[in-house]
Design a protein around this ligand. Structure first.
Ligand code: SAH
Length: 218
């Protein structure tokens, strides 16, 4: 069950969440505005309504989670989104991160490997509001060769190493933000494509994501 009422109470809690994220070090005002504009409780079961604006990850079914708002903001900030950019997201999940990118006026291509989570977004509440999001069911390791190249790639699941096809599908000058590591903790990395075979890597903070798994799941 979901509730789609956004009144002063939720708006107030959302403002507090934005303040929390800001105090943790997020400085990109466009990202903070996007978080302020999106009713996060719409992406969660009514059971979580009272706590939807805590800065925490929550279960969304199928063993997966909606990322912590701070993490969403952190990755979005590192991605340096500009209007009209073509962005590939791996791991649609609840579609909350995709909506943040859509609020930043990007053209979003998002892939989910689990059919049930993909199907859940068929009657996505913001279908009409965010026409700049396209949903795909598939294996993120393959990317979307038909739509490549992308200005940016964002991976929202923990990758054991840098997925070669995703690097290929980046434009020269493009960037990929991805948590890399095999254990419980991953390093946030930003890869910049300098030339066809030439990449630079920046390393940021540690995070804990659900794993990026190979293949599709029915
Ligand atoms: N961006 C999401 C976070 C969801 S958690 C949100 O805002 O809610 C990560 C998601 O990545 C899960 O839904 C998981 O099923 C998905 N995933 C894991 N490996 C994947 C892969 N290889 N391709 C596509 N999606 C994948």
């Amino acid at each position: 069950m979901r509730s789609y009422i956004d009144d002063y109470k939720q708006k107030g809690l959302r403002k507090q969440l934005v303040d929390t994220i800001r105090s943790k070090g997020i400085t990109d005002e466009n990202v903070l505005t996007a978080i302020n504009n999106i009713p996060r409780h719409f992406f969660l079961d009514t059971a979580f309504e009272g706590i939807a604006y805590e800065d925490r990850a929550f279960p969304i079914g199928e063993g997966q989670t909606i990322s912590q708002p701070y993490t969403v903001a952190y990755q979005s900030q590192l991605l340096e989104v500009r209007p009209m950019e073509k962005i590939l997201e791996i791991g649609t999940g609840s579609a909350y991160q995709a909506c943040v990118l859509a609020e930043l006026k990007a053209n979003v291509y998002t892939i989910e490997r689990q059919k049930k989570l993909f199907d859940a977004n068929k009657n996505f509440v913001f279908k009409n509001k965010y026409r700049n999001i396209r949903f795909f069911y598939g294996d993120g390791y393959e990317g979307l060769p038909t739509y490549a190249p992308f200005d940016k790639v964002i991976v929202t699941a923990a990758a054991p190493s840098l997925p070669a096809k995703l690097l290929q599908q980046l434009k020269v000058g493009g960037k990929m933000v991805i948590p890399v590591g095999e254990g419980d903790v991953q390093r946030m990395m930003r890869i910049t494509k300098l030339g066809d075979e030439d990449f630079s890597t920046e390393i940021f903070d540690d995070f804990s994501f659900v794993p990026m798994l190979a293949g599709k799941k029915m």
